[in-house]
Design a protein around this ligand. Structure first.
Ligand SMILES: Cc1cc2nc3c(=O)[nH]c(=O)nc-3n(C[C@H](O)[C@H](O)[C@H](O)COP(=O)(O)OP(=O)(O)OC[C@H]3O[C@@H](n4cnc5c(N)ncnc54)[C@H](O)[C@@H]3O)c2cc1C
Ligand SMILES: NC(=O)c1ccc[n+]([C@@H]2O[C@H](COP(=O)([O-])OP(=O)(O)OC[C@H]3O[C@@H](n4cnc5c(N)ncnc54)[C@H](O)[C@@H]3O)[C@@H](O)[C@H]2O)c1
Length: 479
């Protein structure tokens, strides 16, 4: 028998991933009583099955790739990685899939936690089924923020129901490397997991549906990653699609390819994109369609729900599927909710406090592969699609003194996309070992709308890879 209890808060947040936690933090800081509803682990996908475990697997692999090319270090690294130690480190970095630490943090921030599955049941009303079979009816005085994130999207293939494929969850939490791993999809998850598991001893086959890896990025990014994956021993195939898959009685997976070919493996990972976790959160009760991505304006308010009380923040709104960008949205949404609760007029101008303007202009992302790929803003193709007049400047990072110091045989490339009319940087891509930390400089140049001429006065230190900025400016001047 279920019992029903009721509670009223200023703000209800559904989903305690990194984004829900940050919305709650900001609304609490604005003086609003806030409850977060979580059906699984506080910390969400990022802490347990995405960012943290994947980077814990990748860091030793990338470190080793660099160290093999540092004079004097190579011979000491001839034996393979100690996989057991790496996996134990990954377990620790995922807090052994327990959320005590994050629950403590919620408490310390003054945020209430209600464990259970939350569903909208009307305007400002959420019903929560708790693990002990109770139903709690929550009412919000001001706002409900949907922060339910995303899950792996699987293609609709014959056999998919029986094949027990890996998704990003298994790929980040597996307790040992599969002997043979076939990966379908060559976006960010596909290339990162190919790099990690090939480095940890699996024989990886990466199947790209398109003619290159990382198809949404500058083409040279995918070319460099493909080259290094092949050198590491992975089988990388382009223009290949999977048409069926089956799990055989002996546990192997058989994969049928569109060209008539066949592959057998121990595990099959689908890294084929994400779907919103919105199919069972009561969207129909407020006139929205279950299973859809939630569309918002720049204040993170759901556009198709009248009354300015429903917000969608993080992956579930599809604006930018990154933890850092979702947390940025959370900071904005928190201040919007606070301002509306105080009866203030929102300030939604460009770069104003109540507008997540950067989502449309400067979303930084790092792909932690060998080499690293760091991107922000527009690619050349993206600028063309938008019909913007741009100039493109490229530089071979391997020519820098800093690159020679970093690793012998350094290969990398950088590209700036510059708006011809405004003479500001609107896109940057760096591909090369150790470029991740360069990305913030480009993000500041774009959001600060720094005139290219002013960049001459931002002098990079010698001999660092950041001297690529100077070389890009010189290339532009001298051509
Ligand atoms: C393999 C992988 C690696 C990644 N690496 C990075 C990286 O290095 N850097 C980066 O920036 N991004 C990375 N990402 C993306 C990042 O994980 C997401 O952008 C981020 O987790 C989104 O946060 P979120 O809070 O919106 O959603 P989530 O992290 O998905 O959290 C949503 C939470 O809501 C809960 N929930 C869902 N429905 C309900 C409900 N009805 N009731 C109660 N609770 C509910 C879930 O249990 C979950 O805890 C990676 C993604 C993957 C798949
Ligand atoms: N380092 C990071 O910050 C990091 C790491 C992993 C994921 N992420 C985030 O998570 C998001 C999701 O990553 P993802 O790799 O799952 O998605 P993605 O959209 O980046 O890539 C999916 C790829 O699968 C391909 N694909 C789709 N359906 C297919 C099919 N049926 N057969 C073959 N290929 C198919 C697509 O063409 C695409 O290239 C990323 O966009 C990124 O925002 C970030």
């Amino acid at each position: 028998m279920t019992t029903e209890t009721e509670a009223t808060y200023d703000v209800i947040v559904i989903g305690a991933g990194p984004v829900g936690e940050n919305v709650a933090d900001r609304t609490t800081a604005a003086g609003l009583s806030t409850v977060v509803v979580e059906s699984e682990l506080v910390g969400g996908e990022c802490s347990y099955w995405a960012c943290e475990p994947s980077k814990a697997l990748l860091r030793p692999v990338l470190m080793r790739a660099d160290a093999l090319h540092v004079p004097g270090l190579g011979p000491a690294l001839k034996s393979p990685l100690d996989t057991e130690t790496v996996l134990a480190h990954r377990d620790r970095m995922s807090a052994d899939w327990t959320d005590d630490g994050q629950v403590e943090w919620l408490k310390s921030a003054g945020i209430d936690l209600l464990r259970g599955h939350g569903r909208l049941v009307g305007e400002r009303e959420v019903s929560v089924e708790t693990p002990d079979g109770r139903t709690v009816r929550l009412r919000a005085r001001h706002a409900v923020a949907v922060c339910t994130g995303s899950r792996a999207a699987l293609p609709d293939l014959p056999g998919i129901g029986t094949v027990r494929p890996w998704t990003s969850r298994e790929a980040t939490s597996a307790q040992r490397p599969p002997g043979r791993l076939v990966i379908v999809g060559a976006g960010v998850v596909g290339v990162e997991m190919a790099t990690a598991w090939q480095g940890l001893g699996s024989r990886v086959t990466l199947l790209a549906r398109d003619g290159g890896l990382l198809p949404r990025m500058e083409p040279f990014a995918g070319e460099l990653v493909a080259e290094r994956l092949k050198e590491a021993g992975a089988d990388v195939r382009f223009n290949t699609s999977v048409v069926a898959a089956e799990r055989l009685p002996d546990g192997e997976v058989r994969v049928a390819l569109a060209d008539g070919g066949e592959l057998t493996a121990d595990e099959l990972l689908f890294a084929t994109g994400r779907a919103p976790r919105s199919e069972d959160i009561g969207l129909d009760a407020v006139g929205l369609t279950p299973g859809d991505w939630l569309t918002t304006d720049d204040t993170l308010t759901v556009t198709d729900a009248p009354g300015n009380w429903l917000y969608a923040v993080g992956d579930v709104n599809r604006r930018a599927l990154y933890t850092h960008q979702g947390k940025y949205q959370a900071r904005i949404a928190g201040s919007v909710i606070g301002a509306r609760a105080r009866g203030e007029t929102l300030d939604t101008g460009r770069w104003a406090p109540h507008s997540a303007a950067a989502d449309g202009v400067a979303v930084p992302g790092v792909v932690f592969t060998d080499p690293e790929i760091a991107t922000v803003g527009l690619t050349e193709a993206g600028a063309e699609r938008e019909g913007r007049a741009v100039e493109v400047v490229d530089y071979d990072i391997g020519q820098l003194a800093g690159a020679h110091q970093y690793r012998s045989g350094y290969k990398g490339r950088a590209r700036l996309v510059i708006d011809r009319n405004r003479r500001t940087v609107v896109g940057a891509t760096f591909a090369g070992p150790g470029v991740a930390e360069l990305l913030y400089s480009a993000t500041v140049a774009i959001t600060g709308e720094v005139p290219v001429e002013r960049l001459w006065h931002a002098v990079p230190a010698f001999p660092t890879i950041s001297e690529v900025w100077l070389r890009l400016l010189e290339t532009r001047r001298d051509r």
